[in-house]
Design a protein. Structure first.
Length: 264
């Protein structure tokens, strides 16, 4: 006879049939579309870099650190592209509610891709020569945010293995926000360069750090807003997202509804 866990333990999220049938806002597609659009500049730059490395490029001061050590560069670009593209769809509420299996399987690709991309970036920050325009301050900023990205994604994986979907959702949202840093940096640098001119070493480092801070601030706003929405839904009498875990021995159809919230 299987042992039942207390029904009051709230350690997982279940998507009930009623929740799956809830209408998805018409503007929901704008979430992944906006995230993918934000990713376009760094992904295009990464694609051009891969094309350059696939040939026999002439070594210049601008590309020397990439040409002499291409493996971490290729790993970083490929994994970051997978993380940003596939990860964007993890934030579509319709896919999370109506395709929970797809959401889980995609998360098993997104999280490792993000961790590997961050680790490759950290490797380059430590073991490659600083290019012109960079300095020790930017190197330390990259190390801080790259390490934070790895930590956030790992904490998200640990949380979902414990079936704590709310905590999982918060951590992976923060991790994805850091991964989107290059897109926000492009948005900051373009007007700055047009209006003021090319930034110096210290200003460049501070602007890049500011992009990551902005992304994390937006992530925290999303996390708080998501929590407030969940509490309002529970008070209104609609099916709450966070519910008790089905007891062991429950029918398989009941357990199939367990799923994760955004990004893995």
């Amino acid at each position: 006879m299987s042992r039942r866990r207390p029904a009051s333990r709230l350690d997982a999220t279940t998507t009930t049939p009623d929740a799956r049938s809830e209408p998805v806002p018409r503007h929901a597609w704008r979430i992944p579309a906006g995230l993918i659009l934000l990713s376009m500049v760094p992904m295009l730059a990464g694609g051009l870099r891969l094309a350059e490395l696939s040939g026999d490029p002439e070594v210049t001061p601008a590309n020397e650190r990439f040409v002499t050590m291409p493996v971490p560069v290729v790993v970083h670009i490929v994994c970051a592209t997978v993380f940003l593209l596939l990860g964007a769809f993890q934030f579509h509420p319709g896919l999370r509610r109506r395709r929970p299996r797809w959401h889980r399987l995609a998360g098993r690709v997104v999280a490792p891709a993000g961790v590997v991309a961050a680790l490759a970036g950290l490797w380059m920050a430590v073991f490659t020569e600083l290019p012109a325009g960079d300095g020790p301050l930017l190197r330390w900023i990259r190390l801080v945010f790259g390490s934070a990205m790895v930590a956030f994604l790992v904490l998200g994986v640990v949380a979902i293995r414990r079936r704590d979907v709310v905590t999982h959702s918060a951590w992976v949202t923060r991790g994805y926000a850091i991964g989107q840093g290059a897109g926000t940096q492009a948005l900051i640098f373009a007007p700055w360069t047009l209006v003021i001119g090319a930034p110096g070493e210290t200003t460049r480092a501070l602007l890049m750090g500011a992009a990551w801070v902005i992304n994390l601030a937006v992530a925290e706003w999303v996390i708080r807003r998501r929590g407030l929405t969940g509490r309002r839904t529970a008070r209104s009498g609609r099916p709450a997202v966070r519910t008790a875990t089905p007891p062991e021995g429950a029918p398989a159809s009941e357990r199939e509804h367990a799923t994760a919230d955004p990004a893995g």
